[in-house]
Design a protein around this ligand. Structure first.
Ligand code: NAP
Length: 280
């Protein structure tokens, strides 16, 4: 391996420390409410981790756990109460939601100024029009990692593999806002390998284990692997063939320990930003 490792755990720990220090200096505690509906076990772990991280930086944080059979009207009623609650700065509804609930309607129901996931169409539109406000946590975390790795962004050829609303699209917008020249790849792209080889910065967010082969990575590229995939033997791997890519890349994130820890740290950062925008 010749690539430098980009240590997401260390960058996230530093960001959380900075947030805790900023919170300690405030005359109020930023309020975060995490809403979980149903018993999805992975969601249970995510929600617990978010709540714990929020408590650790000094937020007033709580999880509201609703039964799996909750109606859309009841969930929208809860969101309306949280929107109106002056002690609440950030609302996060953990996805996926049970099938009787219209996820898009729930995303639209969260007050944009409390939308710490950055999924509301108003926040997505602000980002797309170059006026970012609250931006999705995972791509925001990737920008922190690129900067921490010393990546020169203006003018860089950045390639984003994936175009989901949660990762790929906002990732491309954030790179564009940082003056990269951005290409977005997806399932209908003709020659993925050739497109990836042009990248000076390559962000993979497809959800396909080790899809990006070593020879897709140009010499000196910075590779950010957003993917989290569980193999049949239980191991977690990314969307990039780490061992092969590390022989070409200048710097690369591991999975786990790369982008993952940044997502929660950026949720905390968004909550602090939302609180400051509302209260200061
Ligand atoms: P998603 O909604 O399933 O989107 C996947 C994207 O990849 C789509 O745009 C899809 O293209 C594209 N794609 C799928 N198969 C492809 C192929 N064979 N060739 C080219 N493009 C292909 O997934 P997501 O929510 O963006 O998540 C992506 C990965 O990131 C997953 O592994 C997820 O677990 C991980 N993730 C990690 C974090 C974190 O905190 N580290 C957070 C969120 C997600 P089309 O649009 O054409 O279908």
């Amino acid at each position: 391996m010749t690539a430098r490792l980009i240590d997401g755990k260390a960058v996230a720990a530093e960001l959380r420390k900075t947030i805790a220090a900023r919170v300690a200096a405030l005359p109020f505690r930023p309020g975060l409410r995490v809403v979980r509906v149903g018993e999805d076990p992975a969601s249970g772990i995510y929600v617990r981790n978010k709540d714990r991280a929020a408590q650790e930086v000094g937020f007033d944080s709580a999880t509201l756990h609703l039964p799996v059979g909750t109606s859309q009207a009841d969930l929208l009623g809860l969101i309306a109460r949280l929107n109106a609650d002056p002690a609440v700065d950030g609302i996060l509804v953990q996805l996926p939601l049970p099938p009787q609930i219209d996820t898009d309607a729930v995303i639209r129901a969260v007050a944009p100024e409390k939308d710490v996931d950055g999924f509301h169409p108003l926040n997505a539109g602000l980002l797309a029009s170059g006026q970012p406000r609250l931006t999705p946590c995972t791509p925001k975390g990737v920008m922190h990692l690129l900067r921490a790795a010393g990546c020169v962004l203006p003018g860089a050829r950045a390639v984003v593999l994936g175009r989901s609303n949660i990762v790929g699209r906002p990732m491309a917008q954030l790179l564009l806002a940082a003056d990269c020249s951005v290409t977005i790849l997806h399932s209908r792209t003709r020659d993925l390998a050739a497109e990836c080889r042009r990248a000076e910065i390559l962000v993979a967010a497809v959800g396909r284990p080790r899809m990006v082969r070593g020879d897709w990575v140009a010499e000196g590229c910075t590779v950010i692997d957003v993917g989290i995939n569980r193999l049949p033997d239980g191991r977690l791997v990314g969307d990039v063939d780490f061992v092969a890519a590390a022989n070409h890349a200048a710097a690369i994130t591991p999975v786990p320990g790369g982008v993952g820890p940044m997502t929660i740290a950026c949720l905390l950062e968004n909550t602090l930003e939302a609180a400051l925008a509302r209260r200061v």
